[in-house]
Design a protein. Structure first.
Length: 460
């Protein structure tokens, strides 16, 4: 899709005219658009009700829903009447429009058609302001998000650790950042015992994906560590079968890191960004890690494995310590679809934020509020440290109690950060894969990309 900025709407092209409640045209008794429904539509104009003074993230959701519902019927050329709207408003609208064209029919032999608007059409934006940069960033963001949603929605037989590695290598070559793939022999030589232990039950070899975007000038280095379990059976502590097919999404943290590094390179953010992704399957065979095993780690700490389904924190332990030791970042952030506990606490409305650093927590929360990818801070008090104490090893990976599960997981990760002063853990289990317009069940959301880009943009 191409974007062109114009001064006045072109009446020969379908014009979308958004309005808030209280400024609706015509008979107010006809107003039925509190949730962003179409109020009136003809071949030349579409009046779109936005409800009562919606916040900016709601604009993206409204346009996404509108364009998805009609994604096979849009004309190739559309005008958005954005006169009187801010550049940020326009950016959210453009992002929503493009995401509304997302096509989940990845493996259908006879897919339903999608409007040419999303492929080769033109969006004319009628405005008196300079919104070109905001619109272009929104367009680039949406394209990266759709690529990441494809990755999230791919099933386990189409998505192995090597698949994530190939994606990163291809993206790095196209967008001008470096990518190194640490393969099994190297992981063994370096003592990445936690990652290797999780991979033992799978025929697919593990990898550590290390991406580095380094602009010509920067003052901050931020390391992003993402959990990349491409399919999670739970291992010997096997999951129930009912929803196990959804565990193709257990690489949501890795997906967020991949997308953020790619988009940061495209936007040329003045921040050095290191992406570290430990990736493996968590499968079951005779060689699989067992409950009660004691394993090593890249940090040198020993770990008692209480539950093999608490595997994400194990691979992140190696990823976090590798990021700290090799790159000495100013800020260390990890993202993971880590616990069901965080969903019990926050539902599907926000990710859990864990950080002992008040300034970092506040900055990430602000970015989440600005983008609609919300965070809610939970404690990592030292009182919880006893929950990961082991009788026979340095730490254990699970406390086995029906309480504070997400917090205890965060305390486990903290033990492998080398006491980094600016570390944050984002438990995105309820946000990376959920109910969307794109599927009658659940689908990838690309959660975390807009949040992290908003945070990183403030650092530069």
């Amino acid at each position: 899709m191409q974007i062109q900025i114009i001064q006045e709407p072109d009446e020969n092209v379908l014009v979308i005219r958004p309005f808030e409640q209280g400024s609706e045209p015509g008979n107010q008794e006809m107003f039925r658009a509190e949730k962003g429904e179409i109020w009136w539509y003809s071949s030349k104009e579409l009046w779109l009700g936005l409800g009562k003074t919606p916040k900016l993230p709601a604009i993206a959701r409204i346009f996404r829903s509108l364009f998805f519902k009609r994604k096979d019927r849009w004309p190739a050329h559309i005008t958005l009447d954005a006169r009187g709207r801010s550049a940020q408003w326009v950016g959210n609208a453009v992002n929503g429009m493009l995401l509304g064209g997302y096509d989940l029919q990845l493996y259908k032999t006879e897919p339903r058609p999608v409007s040419e608007f999303f492929k080769s059409g033109t969006l004319y934006i009628a405005t008196e302001l300079d919104v070109a940069d905001a619109a272009e960033q929104a367009r680039k963001t949406a394209l990266v998000q759709t690529r990441i949603m494809d990755l999230m929605n791919a099933p386990g037989n189409y998505k192995k650790p090597a698949t994530l590695a190939e994606w990163a290598v291809s993206s790095g070559a196209e967008n001008g950042y470096s990518v190194q793939i640490l393969e099994k022999a190297y992981l063994e030589a370096q003592g990445m015992h936690a990652l290797l232990a999780v991979s033992k039950g799978s025929a697919e070899p593990p990898v550590m994906i290390v991406s580095e975007y380094q602009p010509a000038h920067y003052t901050h280095t931020v390391a992003l560590v993402g959990k990349g379990v491409t399919f999670d059976t739970g291992g010997i502590s096997i999951k129930p079968s009912a929803n196990m097919h959804l565990m193709k999404s257990d690489m949501g943290g890795a997906a967020a890191v991949l997308g953020t590094v790619e988009l940061a390179a495209q936007l040329q953010l003045p921040v050095r960004i290191v992406g570290v992704i430990p990736s493996t399957e968590n499968a079951v065979d005779g060689a699989a890690m067992k409950p009660g095993d004691v394993i090593g780690s890249y940090a040198g700490k020993t770990i008692e494995v209480i539950d093999t389904d608490a595997e994400g924190r194990l691979i992140l332990a190696d990823g976090l310590h590798y990021a700290v030791k090799q790159f000495v970042p100013d800020v260390l952030i990890d993202l993971a679809t880590l616990t069901g506990s965080v969903i019990q606490t926050l539902g599907y409305e926000a990710a859990g934020l864990f950080s002992p650093n008040d300034e970092l927590a506040a900055a990430l929360t602000e970015a989440g509020d600005a983008t609609g990818e919300r965070l809610w801070r939970l404690p990592v008090w030292d009182e919880y440290r006893e929950e990961i104490s082991s009788d026979i090893a340095d730490v254990k990976n699970y406390h086995g109690k029906p309480l504070a599960g997400a917090i205890v997981a965060a305390k486990f990760l903290e033990a492998f950060t080398a006491e980094h002063p600016a570390w944050a853990h984002l438990d995105i289990a309820g946000m990376a894969f959920g109910d969307t317009e794109f599927a009658p069940g659940r689908a990838g959301t690309a959660y975390g990309i807009r949040l992290l880009i908003a945070y990183l943009s403030k650092l530069g």
